[in-house]
Design a protein. Structure first.
Length: 154
């Protein structure tokens, strides 16, 4: 009862809105990565509709790193980012926000590389991969936006 009274006296959590946006984008990325991982680990090809880019990308030698589907790394990244976002909302620790920002930056660097491979080397674009990439860039941009204004969310 005392914690609730203290929360009401202090006001609403200022991290809630931007944090929930990060969480929502982390969940979008996680769902896409889980779908692609499960399809690839079952030996199937992702459904891409009439575009067929997903099949081309999935069959390329660039779809795996050391035999592990790239999407599995996306699951690990998205789970990590989701955990960091939730922990930051709950605790307000800037180190957690900084870790989300830094980890999403690393993800964006890899995403730029994978997008280059799709367009310039493989010659096909996977809409699932592009969706994951866009969610990752958005996560990075929002984490950067929050980081720049971090004093307002302390």
């Amino acid at each position: 009862m005392r914690r609730r009274a203290e929360a009401i006296a202090v006001g609403p959590n200022p991290r809630l809105r931007p944090g929930l946006l990060l969480v929502a984008l982390d969940v979008v990325g996680l769902v896409v990565a889980i779908y692609l991982s499960s399809v690839e680990l079952q030996g199937d090809l992702p459904y891409c509709g009439p575009l067929h880019g997903c099949e081309t990308v999935a069959l390329s030698p660039y779809s795996r790193i050391a035999g592990v589907p790239v999407a599995v790394f996306g699951v690990v990244l998205s789970l990590s980012l989701l955990t960091l976002a939730i922990a930051w909302i709950r605790s307000g620790r800037l180190a957690l926000l900084g870790a989300h920002y830094g980890l999403s930056l690393v993800g964006v660097v890899f995403e730029v590389y994978f997008s280059y491979l799709e367009v310039a080397v493989i010659g096909a674009v996977c809409v699932w991969c592009a969706t994951y990439g866009l969610s990752l860039v958005a996560r990075f941009a929002i984490a950067l936006w929050i980081w720049v204004r971090r004093d307002a969310y302390a």
